[in-house]
Ligand binder design. Structure first.
Ligand SMILES: O=P(O)(O)OC[C@H]1O[C@H](OP(=O)(O)OP(=O)(O)O)[C@H](O)[C@@H]1O
Ligand SMILES: Nc1ncnc2[nH]cnc12
Length: 179
């Protein structure tokens, strides 16, 4: 880690807002909206999330609804890759593949369009938070079902105490900060 990375991590940590007991009692919710409102910091975060995957011939970036859209679309542009939305059930209009999963505060489902990723395409998954890893694991399963080659995961933050990285394979997980 360089000195510049260290100061970015510190700035990101300083700009997150902790909201106690949201959306359930006992959860400390990491609110990224103060960071998104700062265009300079937002731009530096996107650059840092794309950096580990530059030169790796990524052709698709999959962003997970909803906060993963905000980060995933600019990361896709930074990597000169296409953007693929992984959406909550019933939102995508064309034929889909579906996975259900549980997360830190509930359970849900995700879908990809069947033609969103071609066989052998090199893809990464982008999201704001890695908590239990349920969401990212479901997205990885969808990518594999379509025949994509999942190169890795890029998160803004990893909640290290929840062990999600182990579930995904720690060597494939990159993040700007770990909490
Ligand atoms: O690692 P996990 O335990 O699966 O949790 C991480 C997921 O939880 C949040 O999404 P949420 O479903 O709350 O959706 P949102 O982005 O629409 O708020 C977050 O944006 C990740 O996608
Ligand atoms: N603690 C948390 N804060 C924000 N987003 C989350 N997604 C899962 N857990 C979260």
């Amino acid at each position: 880690m360089t000195a510049a990375d260290l100061s970015l991590a510190d700035e990101v940590k300083a700009r997150l807002r902790d909201v106690q007991d949201f959306p359930r009692p006992g959860i400390v919710f990491k609110d990224i909206t103060p960071l998104l409102a700062d265009p300079v910091l937002f731009g530096r975060v996107i650059n840092a999330m794309a950096a580990p995957f530059r030169g790796q011939h990524i052709t698709k970036v999959i962003g997970v609804e909803a906060r993963g859209f905000i980060l995933g679309a600019p990361v896709a542009l930074a990597l000169n890759a296409g953007f693929v939305p992984a959406r909550k059930p019933g939102k995508l209009p064309h034929r889909t593949v579906v996975e259900r999963y549980s997360l830190e505060y509930g359970s849900d489902g995700l879908e990809l369009h069947q033609d969103a990723i071609l066989k052998g395409e090199r893809a990464i998954i982008v999201d704001d938070v890695l908590a239990t890893g349920g969401t990212a694991e479901a997205t990885a399963k969808l990518t594999s079902q379509l025949g994509g080659e999942l190169v890795g995961f890029s998160f803004l933050m990893v909640l290290g105490f929840l062990d999600g990285a182990k579930r995904l394979g720690a060597d494939r997980v990159r993040s700007v900060i770990t909490l």
